[in-house]
Design a protein around this ligand. Structure first.
Ligand code: CO8
Length: 261
């Protein structure tokens, strides 16, 4: 598969997607989003891959949807196609993946760029990272999770202020607010993100998928239903050969050898 707007590589069991439109701060064109979806699909289907990592450059993650491409669209276009950026082989594929996906954000993650990072399972940020939903300045609004995932992540007050004013959070404020899991010096971000992705990919794959589903339930359901889901999933993990191997290895003081069954 050849890509024009992203770079794709694998490192051990990690699939890496690098946004690559430097001339426009990695603006998310329809073609780019479609390529991200295709790359995620390929990694999903590749048994050798246990975790996906998406990043931009050290300078910028992504400055949002491609405004030049969107500028001429009208409501009928968007309504009839249900906003093609989010339908079909791109965003929907990425959002419905089952494998864990980490965003490594350095520089700006704005608009759709912030939404892309938030659609991942967690965000590792460099100390130069900045997050914002500036769509209001274009007289439009977030359309890919900015009013929903951001509010769930950082609460109403900050999300509302960000969406209504376009104010950006720097890395420290983003971490304090719960938007990012960790901040790293910019020179260390990608290496540390890769180390984290490799550590996840080395775990038992089916349990990894199960944990993702359980954590995501916390966004979707009541506490009692979520706790019930978690308890049943925990019990189900005992059906995996890997669970037996993991505990046996601990007891025998050796490294586990998972077969992903
Ligand atoms: N779209 C298209 N081109 C862009 C974008 C963008 N989002 N951002 C930057 N560029 C281009 C500029 O036009 C410029 O091109 P050229 O060199 O040809 O003039 C080049 O990138 C460099 O940009 P600047 O000269 O502006 O660089 P600065 O360092 O001065 O500023 C900023 C960087 C602050 C990032 C600035 O470029 C900016 O404000 N960009 C727009 C940010 C924005 O408004 N983002 C939100 C877009 S709307 C959106 O994301 C809706 C999401 C809906 C869901 C989408 C799902 C995919």
């Amino acid at each position: 598969m050849s890509y024009e707007n992203i770079q794709v590589e694998t490192q051990e069991a990690v699939g890496v997607i690098t946004l690559d439109r430097p001339q426009v701060h990695n603006a998310l064109s329809m073609a780019l989003i479609s390529e991200v979806g295709q790359a995620v699909k390929a990694f999903e289907e590749d048994e050798a891959i246990g975790c996906i990592l998406i990043k931009g450059s050290e300078k910028v993650f992504a400055a949002g949807a491609d405004i030049s491409e969107m500028a001429s669209k009208d409501y009928a276009d968007l309504f009839k196609s249900d906003f093609p950026y989010l339908r079909g082989d791109g965003w929907e594929v990425m959002e419905s993946r089952r494998k864990p996906m980490i965003a490594a954000v350095s520089g700006m993650a704005l608009g759709g760029g912030c939404e892309l990072a938030m659609a991942c399972d967690f965000i590792l940020a460099s100390d130069t990272a900045r997050f914002g939903q500036p769509e209001i300045k274009l007289a439009t609004m977030p359309g890919a999770g900015g009013t929903q995932r951001l509010t769930r992540a950082i609460g109403k007050a900050k999300a509302m202020e960000m969406c209504l004013t376009g104010r950006m959070l720097d890395a420290e404020e983003a971490e304090r607010a719960g938007l990012v899991s960790r901040i790293l010096p910019v020179a260390e971000l990608f290496a540390e993100a890769m180390k984290t992705a490799k550590a996840i990919a080395a775990q038992s794959r089916p349990v990894t998928l199960m944990i993702r589903e359980a954590v995501d339930q916390a966004y979707e359901t009541s506490l009692s239903a979520g706790l019930r889901f978690e308890r049943r999933a925990f019990q189900s993990s005992f059906a995996f050969e890997d669970r037996r191997e993991g505990m046996q290895a601990f007891v025998e003081k050796r490294k586990p050898d998972f077969n992903n069954r």
